[in-house]
Write a protein that binds this ligand. Sequence first.
Ligand code: COA
Length: 399
Amino acid sequence: MFPIPAMVVSTVAVLSSVRRGGQRAMAFGRSIFAHHGTPRVERIATRDALEEFARLPYQVYAGRAAWWPPDVQNEIDFLTRRTPAAAFLDLAGFCARRGHQMVARVSAVINHRYNAHWNEHLGHLIHFEALEDENEATVAMLKEAMAWLRSRGMKAVRTGFAAFLDYPYAIDNYGRLPSFLLRGNPAYYHCYLKDAGFETEKGQVDYTATLDAPTLERYRGIIEAGLSTGATVKSWRQYGFLAAIDAWTDVTNAAFDRHWGWNPVTRAEVRPMLASLGDTAVADLSMIAEMNGQAVGAVFSVPDWSTMLARIRRGSTIDPERGGGTRGALINIGVTQEARGRGIAVTMAARSFLAMAQQGMRYAGYTLVLDDNWASRRTAESLGARITDNFVTYRCNFP
Ligand SMILES: CC(C)(COP(=O)(O)OP(=O)(O)OC[C@H]1O[C@@H](n2cnc3c(N)ncnc32)[C@H](O)[C@@H]1OP(=O)(O)O)[C@@H](O)C(=O)NCCC(=O)NCCS
């Protein structure tokens, strides 16, 4: 599960620019250019190259009936260091070209905050996308980006999970719209990554609950039982949206302190990202749990924004379980150590899912859990959710 929903906010904010970004006439994932010439790897250095970099996914996914488009402006701002997170990062964008055509892209990132938190020397590769049948070019690009990290003292590299920045790679359901903003990468990405020397590091699962009448009745029972946990649960609207943002930051930093892949975030960087959502359904679907006047639990949930944010081919409809106005998503849940094991997580999630149903949603995502996070998986299962998608994160230890 992603500790910070940065992309939620930036995606909403740049919706208009995404919509303006035209789809180019490309076959699904394939270059329309002939495969001639030796591929070459370049650092992203010009404004034009940045634009092309940010828009490459439009070529990879153009043939999909529905997909989550990139946050073009956010990626450009990120690579030009105009985002708050840039203060903690060294980064470089790379691409592979064949002739003039960009066929693959990736950003190499050294997250100093992550490395300080875990006492590691781990680099990240984010923004990875590539056209089909471009193994040679793509592997050469990945190796160049890995060499960049290694030359800066990194001992290993991860791709497919970075708090704030990167999501894991899909290993099933390739043709369907993934859960809110997750990757729906093509299957051939795994060959590229493994040919570049990566191994599977972690698995993740995504859950979906059906919000039918018996399930909602069960949630009411869970909420009733939750009264005996000693905690009170309020929506962010009831708690006060701005106060809830700070409570979310504090609880999440504490709860995720030892959560694999996570690094701490500051109130100052989270406030501007979430404040604009106060007028949206997020305020009713997200929860804070308090005990003795202290925030001890937090949930961040979103309504179904697929009809607004996903690119959906004219004439296509999304399976109601996946979106189309009927699937909300719980993006993040955390309970501080001392308050765990009392039913607070399951109570907050039940409240969130019930609120989704009250707003017309028929399904709820419990989005992205590490395979070995049994406390979270049990929470999802207690809510009647079932696994609907699988993902992996890759790692390469430098020799
Ligand atoms: C996951 C987390 C939110 C659970 O919070 P919690 O308030 O302790 O959970 P609950 O008491 O509501 O328990 C929910 C279910 O998980 C089970 N559970 C709780 N802790 C568990 C553990 N360590 N191992 C296995 N099952 C566990 C409970 O028995 C319960 O299942 P049941 O309804 O079948 O009895 C909490 O452990 C946490 O914040 N972890 C760190 C952050 C994190 O991993 N967040 C989720 C990311 S996907």
